[in-house]
Structure formats: C-alpha cells, structure tokens
Design a protein around this ligand. Structure first.
Ligand code: PLP
Length: 474
C-alpha cells in the first residue's frame, strides 16, 4: 500500500468509524448468535493473492464482525466498568501506528520517552497525586498496558525490596506474602502466582460487611501471624474503587501499617482513579502519600482507548534495580550517561508502543475541564439512578455509590435477580452485569459511556421496573 493508496483507504476507514459511532445506538448492545457464528462466516484459509479493496474488507466488517460485537461505546452499555474511547484517542493511536516507533530505550526514539514522561507528570498534576510520584523528584510514571501489569511490576519491585535486593539473584528464597482484601481484583492473585509465590502467597483480608472495605485490624493481625511464622510480608495491594462495588479501602490506616512494618503499598485505582480529576472526588484518594506505587486506567473512564494504564512509583530506583537487564546489544551512550529514562526497565516486555500520543491528543482536546465534565456526568447519572432504586420498595441498594457504579437487587431470591438481568439484557437495549455482595446475587449498573444521557438511564430504569413487575406478579 503506497502513501496515496493509504490516504484513500484511510479516509474510507475514518468515515466508517464515524458512521459506526453515529449509529451505534441503533444496534443491540450485545450479540445473541451462538458461539462459532463469526468463525463460521470467515474463510478457513488466507487469500492467496492480495489487493482486495478496503471497501470489501469494510463490507465484511459490517456483515460479519459488527453483528458479533458487544458495543462497549453504546449509550446503553452498563456492564463491568466502562472502556471509553474517543475521537482524539483514536487519532493519537492512528499516528502512533503510522509512526511505527518502538520506544524501548530513550535512544530508540527520544520523543517517545520524553512525551511519555511529560504526559505522566501532566496526569499526576491533573489528579493532584503526591509530589513523590513526579519525575522531578525520585519517583515517576510510566504507561503500562493494563492495571494487571502494573500490579505485577509493583509485586516484583516489592520482592526486590523485601529480600534486601537478593530476589534478582536468588529468586524466592523465603515465604513472601502479599495482602489484599477479599474484594481485591483477581489480577493480584495472578501477579503473585507469576512472581512465584503460589496462590497461597496472597492473604485475603476480611472486609467491613457494610462498606466492603478492607479492615485494617484484620490486616495487622495477618501480618503479625505471618511474621510469627517466619514469613516475610512483601506487599499490600489496597484498592480505591473495588471491582464488585467500588469500595474504598482506608488508605490512611493501611498506609500507617505498611510504614510500620516496611511493607510496599501498591494502590490499585484501575477504574476510580479517573475520578480524581475532579477536586470534589479527591477525598477518595486520602492517604495516597503512603503509597509506594499507584495505578489507574485512563482506558476505563478517561476517554482514552484501550490499552493505557498509568502507573507511578515513589522511588524509581527500586523498580529499575528490580527489573533491569542490560545485554550488550542494547548498550548505548545515552543510557550509560544515566541522564535518560529507558522505560524498558519499568515493565515486563522489552518493546513498547508510543501510547503517550493518544494521551496527548486526549488531554489537549478535552482539557481538564472537559474530562471533569465527563466524570461528573457519570457520577450525576449514577446518583439519579440510585434515587430511583431507593424510591422503589421492590428494590434495594447493595452498596454505596461514590462514583458511577450502582449495585442493587430486587428484594427477592438470587434466581429472580438473575432472571431480571437476563430479561433486560435480552431486550438488546441495555447491558448490565452482576456480582455477589455478601454472598447475594447483585446487579451492577456502571455508567460511563460518553454517549450515555439521562434518557438512556431512564430507559434502563423503565426496563428494570417493568420487568420486575412481570417477575414479581404471581
Ligand atoms: N483492578 C481493578 C480494581 C479493576 O476493576 C480491574 C478491571 O476491571 C483491574 C484491576 C484489571 O484491569 P486491567 O484490565 O487494566 O488489567
């Protein structure tokens, strides 16, 4: 494809995406075809000769791929957590793809590294993160592919510290322990397993039954018990905005315990971190000054397409010492000078995409006020929806809703609640998911698509209320 062919095909693809966004609301939010439908519609072997026009590929996108999609940008998508994208994010990613730059070292593309450092400092400023995370001090930020990867590298740096620096050479020479609440994300157990601690390396700490937040006394007791058994507490992962209910672990108390025992504190704010762009929601981050590392996903709620996790450490030297490996073929004068950042030492893979571009495009297009408006809209819509639940005796709220997730259930058994979810999702107009809170089946309404308005939330409520009437009528 030469540049002129690319220009023509590229315009057609951009038009296709714009049309998709303009019409996504008319589609069922999630597909209903059985497994294998999309695969069966595709040829079983690749084309022998190339040269197919992009229009033919777009036609197959329309007829084969799109009907098999769950439309995460649909205004009726209320499942899991949002995975926002936006025009500026797509354009920034397009430029990144077009440049095809590989930013493993400062020397392999200085602008790739330097723009990323500045974007991470911009984000730290935007969220008002503690000064210790800024690159101007001993800390700094890096873009990871996901919050899961952020937790993994935090765990590796924590092992480096807990072993007194031996972990690099000796591996797991003692029984190291990680701690998180029973509502901590599954990526924590995965990170701990990858790090070689085994699934039982994670201590699941009890939560307050009312707030679903980690109980600091239970954390202290678990640490004391492990120390008495000769084990080494290495890392505590606290969560701001747990996946099930957006509970907020009490960082001031947890941080003080970590400081007392010299344990690495990683704070996972994968979804709720975006809320801190709004000054009035920053109370949720109280105590963050204790953290050794912190991450959130702009790819969830900050209008930046997947993948983009923002990860900071308070002491970049610890992370780099833990992860650096320097083969001869990567040696270069800039790295040797110590004057540059080589982000390959801050992550698991060597290679890295130019993800800072999409953040740059997003931050310049929306500005702080545009991003705040997006977050505020989700929080306000969630509050309105929660008010509907509160006002209807047939329903109950299952948890507080500090951000834009509302957890609720019908005052009926689990089967009725599961049927309610299946029926409203079956309409194709909305898509909610579920969790369990205190052992009970609970529906989750996560608001966050930039296209979602009051009318869409009202429609979801009407569907839920009418379906509840059908289900509860004998
Ligand atoms: N942590 C929390 C609190 C989450 O809610 C999620 C995903 O929803 C994750 C981690 C994992 O995020 P990622 O897909 O970026 O690894």
């Amino acid at each position: 494809m030469n540049p002129d062919e690319f220009r023509r095909a590229g315009h057609a693809v951009v038009d296709w995406i714009a049309d998709y966004w303009a019409t996504v609301e008319q589609r069922p939010v999630a597909p209903s075809d059985p497994p294998g439908t999309v695969a069966a519609a595709l040829p079983s072997t690749p084309p022998t000769t190339g040269g197919e026009p992009v229009e033919a590929v777009l036609a197959d996108l329309d007829s084969i791929v799109v009907p098999g999609l769950t439309h995460w940008q649909h205004p009726g998508f209320f499942g899991y957590f949002p995975a926002n994208t936006s025009g500026p994010s797509v354009l920034g990613d397009l430029v990144s793809s077009g440049l095809g730059v590989q930013g493993m070292l400062w020397a392999t593309s200085p602008a790739c590294t330097e723009l990323e450092t500045v974007m991470m400092d911009w984000l730290a400023h935007l969220l008002d993160l503690p000064q210790r995370f800024r690159s101007t001090g001993s800390g700094g930020g890096v873009i990871q592919d996901s919050a899961s990867s952020a937790t993994l590298v935090a765990t590796l740096a924590a092992l480096h510290r807990a072993s007194g620096g031996r972990w690099r050479d000796t591996g797991i020479d003692r029984r190291y322990r990680a701690y998180t609440s029973t509502h901590g994300h599954s990526s924590i157990e995965k990170a701990v397993r990858i790090a070689g601690l085994g699934s039982d390396g994670v201590r699941s700490i009890e939560v307050d039954p009312d707030t679903q937040a980690l109980l600091p006394d239970a954390l202290r007791a678990a640490i004391e018990a492990d120390l008495a058994a000769g084990d080494v507490p290495a890392i505590v992962v606290a969560t701001i905005g747990t996946t099930s209910t957006t509970a907020i672990d009490p960082l001031p108390e947890i941080g003080a315990i970590c400081a007392e025992y010299g344990i690495w504190l990683h704070v996972d704010a994968a979804y709720a971190g975006s809320a801190a762009v709004c000054p009035e929601l920053r109370w949720s981050h109280a105590g963050l000054e204790y953290a050794d590392s912190y991450c959130f996903d702009p790819h969830k709620w900050l209008l930046t397409g997947f993948d983009c996790d923002a990860f900071w450490v308070a002491d970049r030297a610890e992370l780099i010492e833990a992860l650096t490996v320097l083969p001869e073929f990567l040696r270069n004068a800039a790295s040797d000078s110590g004057a540059v950042i080589d982000y390959r030492d801050w992550q698991v893979p060597l290679g890295r995409r130019f993800r800072a571009l999409k953040l740059w495009f997003v931050l310049r297009w929306y500005g702080a006020e545009g991003l705040r408006a997006h977050i505020r809209s989700g929080v306000a819509l969630a509050a309105q929806f929660a008010e509907r639940i509160r006002a209807d005796d047939r329903f109950e709220l299952s948890a507080a809703h500090p951000f834009s997730l509302v957890c609720f259930r019908l005052r009926a058994d689990d089967d009725v609640n599961a049927a309610l979810l299946a029926r409203v999702n079956g309409t194709g107009r909305v898509h909610l998911t579920h969790t369990r809170v205190a052992g009970r089946y609970t529906l989750r309404m996560a608001i966050g698509s930039p296209q979602t308005t009051e009318a869409h939330v009202d429609e979801a409520w009407t569907l839920l209320a009418n379906t509840a009437k059908d289900l509860l009528t004998p």
